[in-house]
Design a protein around this ligand. Structure first.
Ligand SMILES: Cc1ncc(COP(=O)(O)O)c(C=O)c1O
Length: 380
């Protein structure tokens, strides 16, 4: 049989490639974005508890009410915005699902979707699978500033959606109040929706708060906000997240969600509903990850890499222009083999593979791994 691929240009992701290579050669894996440490034992105890109490069948399609209420309460406390747990909060199987469901909910064939690059890898394929057309806007290092005049130029009558990501993977940048204002100016009185990927919402540094898109009323009324418990509670393997959106948007979102996974695993939802009652568990994250960022950049401060410290997320980009002219893909592979440190070449986050001589390192790793990795990088 002949298969006509719907995604002929999609291969194995660089994250899989680099993680496999790291395992094969025994390298320190600072490539893929997952913590090298475990979640709190209390959280696994709660999951065990709810499993042993028989919460093992399908959850309601939109999520266990207790978890939706806890998410709604956390959101109101942090951002002063109310999402009704019944109709505006949906629990999903990871933010990747939330992104796909939101895109599926609104993007029709030939609709244009503005994507800022460097971009998380699922955005463009999710748009294309829905027949949409990605319209890319490239941001340049070291500051990756959005030129809102350019965004204005790129908006057309076909623009259906603009995707933003703050704190940003891979650059660690945060959107500012001025960014949100300018975005709002561009979309008000239009039918353009916003998809805001905020999976690193609790990981910001140097006292800078996370400004959620929902905090701007003009944006909030047209936005899908995606969150991930994987990033917040060191449980990326549990694949659980959520989407916040006004009622009419959530209704469309849920239509897509119910055909993708229908519902998300039950005992974990009950456990997270309990766990969210203690805000300390997520409020201490900026401090926790800032120490890791600082340990990593302190370790390479005398190296030949240059960098702008990440403002958020758990990624630090390093520019290696002073070390070699090699392309970033080859260098990432070579460093994994030769010094045993795996990273991700930043060019993979651009559809045209722009090579700015930058590697992305994930610092959600034990102090020991960070110390070893920075010592090896410093010798280059
Ligand atoms: C920016 C961004 N969005 C979404 C996701 C996916 O989150 P989840 O694991 O909850 O699907 C990731 C994971 O790396 C990410 O970095």
């Amino acid at each position: 049989m002949q298969i006509i691929s719907k995604q002929p240009n999609v291969g194995t992701t660089i994250f899989t490639v680099m993680s496999k290579l790291a395992t094969d050669v025994g390298a320190l894996n600072l490539a893929q974005g997952f913590p090298s440490f475990d979640c709190a034992p209390h959280l696994t105890d709660l999951v065990n508890f709810y499993m042993s109490k028989g919460h093992n069948q399908y959850a309601p399609m939109a999520g266990v009410p207790a978890l939706r209420e806890a998410i709604s309460e956390k959101t109101a406390n942090l951002y002063c915005v109310n999402y009704h747990p019944e109709s505006e909060v949906t629990v999903v199987s990871g933010a990747t699902e939330a992104l796909y469901a939101a895109i599926t909910a609104v993007v029709c064939p030939q609709d244009e979707v503005i994507i800022f690059e460097p971009a998380y890898d699922s955005y463009a394929p999710s748009v294309e699978l829905n027949g949409g057309i990605p319209v890319y806007i490239s941001l340049e290092p070291p500051h990756y500033q959005i030129d809102w005049n350019l965004v204005k130029e790129k908006i057309s009558p076909k623009t259906k959606l603009i995707i933003v990501n703050t704190p940003h993977n891979p650059t660690g940048k945060l959107l500012t109040k001025s960014d949100l204002d300018q975005l709002a100016n561009l979309v008000q009185n239009t039918n353009i929706f916003i998809l805001s990927d905020e999976v690193y919402e609790h990981i910001t540094f140097d006292g800078t708060p996370h400004l959620s898109v929902m905090m701007h009323p003009i944006l909030q009324e047209r936005a899908f906000i995606c969150g991930s418990f994987g990033k917040t509670f060191h449980i990326t393997g549990w694949k659980i997240g959520y989407c916040l959106a006004p009622k009419a948007l959530s209704a469309e979102f849920r239509k897509a969600h119910q055909w993708i996974t229908f519902s998300t695993n039950t005992p974990v939802q009950y456990a997270l509903a309990d766990y969210l009652k203690k805000p300390d568990f997520y409020l201490e994250l900026p401090d926790f990850y800032q120490k890791k960022r600082d340990k990593f950049i302190d370790g390479i401060k005398d190296s030949r890499f240059s960098y702008v410290p990440a403002q958020g997320s758990f990624f630090q980009n390093l520019n290696y222009q002073a070390i070699t002219e090699e392309n970033d893909y080859n260098l990432a592979i070579r460093l994994t083999h030769e010094i045993g440190v795996a990273s991700v070449p930043a060019s993979v986050f651009y559809h045209q593979k722009n090579d700015y001589k930058i590697l992305r390192f994930c610092f959600a790793k034990s102090d020991e791994i960070l110390e070893k990795a920075s010592a090896r990088l410093s010798k280059l």
